[in-house]
Design a protein around this ligand. Structure first.
Ligand SMILES: Cc1cc2nc3c(=O)[nH]c(=O)nc-3n(C[C@H](O)[C@H](O)[C@H](O)COP(=O)(O)OP(=O)(O)OC[C@H]3O[C@@H](n4cnc5c(N)ncnc54)[C@H](O)[C@@H]3O)c2cc1C
Length: 457
């Protein structure tokens, strides 16, 4: 609960429209995309960094939990205010402050929507590669806090590769500036990476300096189907061995192919064991050679069918299969948990085989799709409302994590730990490493007011 003294100070600091207290307003900031929810005691919308800092001072002094929030699209419960207190909506920080084409840098506020930044820089022939599937509504602040990845990660990497500097308000109200617009900068400790992927537990990002690239001139897409996941995985490795790094290499397993075909009827072979979508980008005159080389590699690896799309309309048609996986699964079962484990990419076939065994053991339908190029698999556990369904799924999720770890993998590749996986973090991290992380948290936030209860069991 927020006490009267703290509430009075917040009301003095903020305009009436920048603080929500009515239950029906607060309820809109209770949840994220996991569906977990807890209604906060108040929602505040600071308009500048100084206001963020002052709110943190008030909250720290009165020991009030504060949960920063972007678009609330997170898939690990990160922006759910599970200890009550304040949700800090970053909505007023929605400006692209600068696009510096000479230095290939953008300076943005944290609530800029990722796809809006893409459009703004692409109009100038520039490129911001991180592309989480939620980019139409997720924000740069949320992407930084979760170190979000996307389909283009195989060639271009994830959010951490593009953050050059940050302005951050700390739990005690201090405002720190990490990094700069300079490509070379070794002035003091490199604090920027510490905040990336910290899930809003160390500080509140109020400004970010982002690296840009020149926009690739063109792209070409190939869709191929294979009898087995092993054939598809060997193709992925062989493409890379051939020194071709595609911008994306996505896969669907046999259940995902079946679900999409039942939904779209686009002529996918339902007897196929795997489908790959491979996109190459770069200079126009080199792409034909590259995509033909990729096709040849597919043919060397038992391909059933390969289609190439050179024009945008045809490319969109091929991408429909990948983009419709989530929608097509809704028809299979009423409920779904989407895990995002990550394994070395050569272990994908073993991981898929393990999910088949786990599916049978627990009687839970498992559909896999994801990023073949970087080993990040979306393991979707589909279930209903029958008695015992929840327990069966919980058992299956544990087995999925155990299998991934057994293959040298991680329990999360891009969604983060938050509330959803905090009880399992010790399966991936040893006690010394986890202890070090707890000490870092305590140093930044000795009163444990910033996003408490997240990440750590
Ligand atoms: C359909 C769908 C598809 C998705 N696809 C992908 C994908 O391909 N790749 C991927 O990585 N993720 C994906 N996600 C997950 C999610 O979209 C990302 O984690 C995204 O980065 C969250 O951004 P957001 O603005 O919604 O953040 P929120 O959900 O609001 O917050 C996420 C975390 O960031 C913290 N936070 C937010 N703003 C700040 C700030 N300014 N300072 C400090 N901390 C802050 C919050 O406290 C919370 O811990 C997907 C989600 C959905 C629903």
């Amino acid at each position: 609960m927020i006490n009267a003294a703290a509430l009075n100070r917040l009301k003095t600091l903020l305009a009436p429209e920048d603080i929500l207290l009515a239950p029906e307003d607060r309820a809109c900031y209770a949840f994220d995309a996991t569906g977990r929810n807890r209604v906060p005691d108040a929602v505040v919308f600071p308009r500048n960094t100084e206001a963020v800092s002052e709110i943190m001072r008030i909250a720290d002094g009165h020991r009030i939990p504060v949960v920063p929030r972007g678009a609330g699209s997170g898939l690990s419960g990160g922006s759910v205010p599970q200890s009550g207190g304040l949700v800090m909506g970053m909505n007023r920080f929605d400006q692209i402050l600068e696009i510096d084409a000479d230095n290939l840098v953008a300076v943005v506020e944290p609530c800029v929507v990722t796809a809006e930044l893409h459009k703004a820089v692409e109009r100038l022939g520039l490129f911001y590669p991180p592309d989480p599937a939620s980019m139409g509504h997720a924000t740069i602040g949320g992407n930084i806090a979760e170190n979000a990845g996307g389909m283009r990660a195989v060639k271009y990497g994830v959010t951490k590769e593009y953050v050059m500097g940050l302005e951050v308000a700390l739990p005690n109200g201090d405002i720190v500036h990490a990094g700069s617009k300079c490509v070379k900068d070794v002035v003091g400790y490199n604090l920027t990476p510490l905040f990336i992927g910290s899930e809003g537990t160390l500080g509140i990002v109020t400004r970010a300096i982002l690296k840009l690239l020149p926009l690739p001139e063109a792209k070409m897409t190939l869709m191929a189907t294979f009898p087995t996941m092993g054939d598809a995985a060997r193709t992925v490795s062989a493409v890379i061995r051939n020194r071709i790094i595609p911008a994306t290499m996505e896969f669907l397993d046999r259940h995902a192919i079946g679900a999409v075909e039942a939904y779209l009827k686009m002529g996918l072979p339902t007897q196929a064991g795997a489908l790959l979508l491979i996109e190459v980008d770069g200079e126009k005159d080199q792409l034909d050679r590259q995509i033909e080389r990729v096709r040849a590699v597919c043919e060397e690896n038992n391909v059933m069918d390969a289609r190439i799309a050179r024009e945008k309309a045809a490319q969109d048609e091929l991408w429909k299969a990948r983009r419709s996986v989530s929608a097509s699964m809704v028809r299979l079962k009423p409920r779904r948990i989407n895990e995002d484990i990550s394994v070395p990419r050569s272990r994908i076939p073993e991981m898929i085989a393990q999910t088949e065994i786990i599916s049978e053991k627990h009687g839970v339908l498992i559909v896999n799709f994801g990023h073949a190029g970087d080993g990040n698999i979306h393991v979707n556990l589909l279930f209903g409302d029958k008695p015992g369904d929840d327990e069966r799924v919980r058992g299956a999720v544990k087995d999925v994590f155990e299998a991934a770890i057994g293959l040298g993998g991680r329990i999360s590749g891009e969604h983060g730990i938050g509330l959803a996986k905090r009880d399992y973090i010790g399966w991936n991290l040893d006690a010394a490493t986890l202890g070090m992380m707890r000490r870092v948290k305590r140093m930044f936030d000795p009163n444990n007011i910033l996003n408490p209860g997240k990440i750590f069991p």
